[in-house]
Design a protein around this ligand. Structure first.
Ligand SMILES: C[S@@+](CC[C@H](N)C(=O)[O-])C[C@H]1O[C@@H](n2cnc3c(N)ncnc32)[C@H](O)[C@@H]1O
Length: 135
């Protein structure tokens, strides 16, 4: 996806919350903690343009599976059109529905969760919860 296209999505959807995708160095550092020598069931929240998705597909074993959950419809469509692997299942949905989504693929648990959801959104949610519940 071009930078202009990415920026257009960012302006419209505040849950993207980052002006650029994660760098290759960042992707490598995070995924470096994973064991790619064994079959694994992996979930990715918020893949956006797929920087982690592509790296994971490249390194995962042939019998591993990746479920990517992306809330933004343009990113979900872009990912669908720009990835070609039967190991990847893309859902345009919210991460909170992960249990139902992995269940659809016959899993009750997963080996790894890679989350692209910005902490800034989580803290807002937590603060809202705190305000509403007075905790
Ligand atoms: C900062 S971008 C990260 C993109 C990518 N993972 C990367 O590292 O470059 C955050 C992504 O999370 C998605 N997102 C935010 N909240 C989400 C949620 N509850 N469920 C699924 N995706 C979500 C946004 O649409 C956006 O694509």
């Amino acid at each position: 996806m071009s930078t202009t296209e990415y920026m257009k999505n960012l302006m419209k959807d505040r849950s993207i919350a980052s002006i650029t995708p994660t760098s290759q160095a960042g992707v490598k550092e995070i995924c470096g903690k994973m064991d790619f020598s064994k079959k694994a069931v992996v979930v990715e929240y918020g893949p956006a343009t797929g920087v982690f998705t592509h790296y994971l597909l490249e390194h995962m074993t042939a019998d591993s599976e990746l479920t990517a959950i992306e809330r933004n419809k343009n990113f979900a469509r872009y990912l669908q059109e720009n990835t070609d692997s039967d190991r990847l299942k893309i859902h345009r949905d919210s991460a909170e529905n992960v249990a139902d989504l992995i269940d659809q693929h016959g899993h009750s648990s997963v080996d790894y969760v890679i989350s692209g959801i910005p902490f800034s959104l989580m803290s807002e949610y937590i603060e809202k919860e705190h305000r509403e519940k007075d905790v």
